[in-house]
Ligand binder design. Structure first.
Ligand code: MEV
Length: 438
């Protein structure tokens, strides 16, 4: 089958759908009906979504759930989460409730610096390049004044620009390494615009710099782009309580629980195979709020995992200790988030999510997101070190299996009763339904 097509983007939405349906489905009519079933009946709203990306044919639903009872620095927050994994919202809510009666979450933003770089090739004397940079540094700021004016009014802008010599790693390779404060916006567009102007200024100023030779004056800009590694845009989230206060239904011996919990975190600190899964659990919470608030989850994921390997080995993002009878569990993660700009003012569900969060600043959102990640990590470790993860997972997943089998009300009742006392596995549920229907 040759499915190559020229000029696909020029086709109308209807033509695109017809082409897909004809090329890939034995029953094109049915495929078209499914695609259209997910269109919004409000045409204006549908058009808004269509125009977020290219070649849109329909919408792809993910559920938005609510995790209430997050006590953060003494204030209750209700957290909207967008995620497909069945147990995540329940786990977040359970953790939130657990910690709300044990002092809640304590958070603070340590710093908010973003980074961008102009990567360039300079063939010549480094001393001369250094002097050129000292002489021309102000030009980089003045040339971007029109772009930074508004950001400066909001307390942000370009913080600094450094010249970095990377020639020990790649021949003739240098950088303009710039730092930015972007306040409530994530700042990607602002940073990239500034960087592209820095690159232009760099080339223009080099061409007419007296002491450069012909070759030296001919700087080659390879690229100008922000970095999603933001090790100086860090938020800290923490919970702590007396060890004996950890006691609960499944935590009969709180000291044994706390010690096992700390050991589980320690394993994730030293063992990368475990650390990746441990951090994935944190990202279950982080991504769900990042998505709900219209932020760039790929940027967050890339930055967080780079941070997890900042010491040369991939490790746990969270840490735990018992000191003087007090259990403390905390993490510091980089989060470059925005609550203005981008999708935040465009996507109606994002606006709604931000409203549920009481219109947070970017710094407040960093704290909420970090807390949700820590709560998720607590819930996962708590299950793993006590009942095992499958009990909770399968309880939530059973519904998906029942939906897959289009179980009716009567069947659901019988199945629920049976699995109250029998252990839930995918195959046990499937076998039970099949037997029931024989
Ligand atoms: C599943 O989505 C996340 C966990 O695997 C996290 C963990 O193992 O810590 C349960």
């Amino acid at each position: 089958m040759n499915n190559a097509i020229a000029g696909f983007s020029k086709l109308s939405k209807e033509e695109k759908i017809n082409w897909i349906a004809k090329e890939y489905f034995s029953n094109p009519k049915e495929a078209i009906a499914i695609i259209k079933q997910y269109w919004n009946s409000n045409e204006k709203l549908q058009l808004l979504h269509d125009e977020f990306i290219e070649n849109t044919i329909t919408n792809f639903y993910l559920p938005m759930g609510i995790a209430p009872n997050f006590l953060i620095n003494g204030k209750y927050i209700t957290v909207p989460m967008v995620i497909e994994e069945s147990s995540v919202v329940a786990a977040a809510s359970k953790s939130a409730k657990f910690w709300s009666t044990r002092g809640g979450f304590k958070t603070n933003v340590l710093n908010t610096e973003k980074i961008g770089q102009v990567h360039f090739i300079y063939k010549g004397d480094f001393k001369k390049l250094e002097q050129f940079f000292i002489d021309k540094k102000n030009k980089f700021f003045s040339a971007t004044e029109s772009m930074t004016k508004n950001m400066q009014k909001r307390g942000g802008g370009v913080l600094d620009i450094e010249l970095r010599n990377k020639t020990s790693e790649l021949e003739n390779y240098y950088q303009l390494h710039a730092t930015f404060e972007t306040k409530d916006s994530m700042g990607a567009n602002f940073i990239n615009s500034c960087l592209e102007q820095f690159a232009k200024t760099l080339k223009e100023e080099a061409i007419c710099y007296d002491t450069f030779s012909q070759e030296e004056s001919n700087i080659e800009v390879v690229m100008s782009i922000l970095s999603n590694f933001v090790p100086n845009c860090i938020v800290r989230a923490e919970v702590s309580c007396k060890v004996e206060d950890l006691a609960e239904k499944n935590i009969e011996n709180p000291l044994a629980f706390a010690e096992k919990f700390v050991r589980a975190v320690r394993i994730a600190e030293i063992e990368p195979f475990r650390a990746v899964t441990h951090n994935k659990g944190i990202m279950n919470g982080v991504d769900a709020v990042v998505l709900a608030t219209g932020n760039d989850f790929r940027a967050v994921e890339a930055g967080v995992h780079a941070y997890a390997s900042k010491n040369g080995k991939y490790s746990s993002l969270s840490h735990a200790k018992i000191e003087n009878g007090v259990f403390t569990f905390w993490m510091e993660i980089p989060l470059a988030l925005g609550t203005v700009g981008g999708l935040t003012s465009l996507h109606p569900m994002v606006k709604l999510a931000l409203e549920i969060l009481e219109k947070p600043s970017a710094q407040e959102l960093m704290q909420i997101v970090a807390v949700t990640g820590l709560a998720q990590n607590f819930a996962a470790l708590r299950s793993l070190t006590t009942t095992g993860i499958q009990e909770g997972h399968m309880k939530m997943h059973i519904n998906n299996i029942l939906n897959q089998f289009v179980a009716n009300e009567e069947e659901r009742k019988v199945i629920a009763k049976h699995f109250e006392i029998n252990s839930i596995t995918h195959s046990a549920v499937v076998d039970f339904i099949e037997n029931l229907r024989k």
